[in-house]
Design a protein around this ligand. Structure first.
Ligand code: PNS
Length: 162
């Protein structure tokens, strides 16, 4: 049984993230999407809100589990018995950040391997920060996020709780 852990802030989860989950679900027996804390970011949604949104967005993919993690990513690998970490690469500009993170994780835990996958070209330019900016400025971003995520963003920006 091969399990891959797909960590990220996912604030919010986009169609690019969903695309990667679906591709990974064909290669691995189990995909665990791990909503994690990026201390450099100030998220719109709580970890639990994001976990619920991703669970709903991925419900058609049977071998996907969604968890929220608070500590170091490498510690979650043992906890969830994951064989590798999965990260998405959209463009060359992602590479330096991803390389640093992959090598640091391997330095913290020598058995930690990171696998990179690319989303479809149509999703390569989609980023969570752009989605939040477009949403706050009243633009149409419905093509870039799952429907339940768009509803959650609209509710959050109206101040309607979850
Ligand atoms: O989607 P992001 O914000 O690029 O994801 C980054 C994330 C959340 C995967 C990274 O910040 C992370 O692994 N956070 C958990 C804490 C940790 O292990 N930090 C050390 C990373 S080298």
């Amino acid at each position: 049984m091969k399990t891959v852990l797909y960590p990220g802030s996912f604030d919010p989860f986009t169609n690019g993230h969903l695309d990667l989950v679906m591709r990974a679900s064909l290669l691995f027996d189990q995909v665990i999407v791990a909503v994690a804390v990026n201390s450099g970011k100030n998220p719109l949604f709580s970890l639990e809100e994001r976990r619920e949104q991703i669970e709903e967005a991925c419900k058609q993919v049977s071998n996907v589990k969604v968890v929220a993690i608070k500590g170091l990513l490498v510690d979650s690998l043992d906890l969830y018995k994951a064989d590798a970490v999965l990260r998405g690469l959209r463009a060359f500009s992602d590479f330096e950040y991803e390389l640093q993170m992959a090598l640091m994780n391997r330095s913290l835990k020598p058995t930690c391997e990171t696998i990179f996958m690319m989303p479809t070209v149509n999703n390569c330019f989609v980023s969570s920060s752009q989605i939040k900016e477009i949403a706050k400025l009243g633009g149409d971003y419905s093509a870039y996020v799952p429907a339940n995520v768009r509803e959650a963003i609209e509710r959050k920006l109206r101040g309607d709780g979850k």
